[in-house]
Design a protein around this ligand. Structure first.
Ligand code: ADE
Length: 244
């Protein structure tokens, strides 16, 4: 996958050169280019922003430099995403969908946003990474790159599968433990040491349902359940009732 990032602060993206994404870049599974929008200013002071029409606080990014930066990378196969708190809220299903694209162009805004004519005519998707406001789209862009890149075949090693992790099947992940078996007096659940894989799978499924029920009931409300899941969920509710 090729990714072009349009930004005023390319240096902010250095952190992507580490760990799994760094390895994916080194092995050419993804290539990321950074385009400085300021290089496309035609203003003698290299300005990229201006006062908003109609008044109000802050500055708006001018359409010209963004348009020229976009035109320098866009092809007919590009998917152009603008990171903005006004966008659709990003989730695993959007990450999955973006991971099958050949070419992503990520546009990072700053100040009070960008001239709306860019959004109307040149953007395919507006994406927000959550209901809070960042100082710019760079960190949001890195979140999208990280979560999309790890879904590209070959990026995760065979011991790093995403199959069981949170959000893969609409549930949050079950709790994980490693050695030592007793830590500060607290023991690893017996079932995980039993060697009985059927029991372990059942325990994990129930724990997955339980953590999702406790932390993200909204996810459960969107899910359809198997008979086994319905039974486990009832058990969880009864157990929690008893604990009260
Ligand atoms: N830019 C500023 N805040 C943002 C957010 N929450 N998501 C995406 N881009 C942003």
């Amino acid at each position: 996958m090729k990714i072009d990032v349009l930004t005023l602060f390319p240096e902010m993206f250095n952190s992507l050169n580490y760990s799994i994404i760094g390895r994916a870049i080194d092995s050419s599974l993804i290539s990321i280019n950074y385009i400085n929008i300021r290089d496309f200013s035609q203003d003698k002071h290299n300005r990229v922003d201006d006062y908003p029409y109609g008044g109000g606080p802050g500055m708006v990014m001018k359409p010209g430099p963004i348009y020229r930066a976009l035109e320098s990378v866009k092809t007919k196969d590009s998917r152009v995403v603008y990171l903005t708190p006004k966008g659709k809220v990003f989730n695993q299903s959007i990450a999955n969908e973006l991971s099958s694209e050949q070419h992503l162009v990520l546009l990072c805004g700053h100040y009070e946003g960008i001239d709306n004519r860019i959004i109307e005519h040149y953007i395919d998707d507006e994406i927000s990474i959550g209901d809070y406001v960042l100082t710019g789209g760079e960190i949001a862009s890195m979140v999208v790159i990280d979560s999309v890149a790890r879904l590209i075949p070959g990026v995760l090693g065979k011991d790093e599968s995403y199959i069981d992790e949170s959000h893969y099947n609409g549930l949050l992940e079950y709790p994980q433990y490693t050695r030592p078996r007793i830590f500060n007096g607290s023991e690893v659940p017996d079932v995980l040491i039993s060697g009985n894989h059927k029991k372990i799978d059942e325990w994990r499924k129930k724990q997955s349902l339980k953590v999702t029920y406790l932390n993200r009931i909204d996810l459960l409300n969107m899910k359809s359940f198997s008979e086994e899941e319905k039974k486990l969920l009832n058990e969880i509710k009864n157990e929690l009732e008893v604990e009260k």
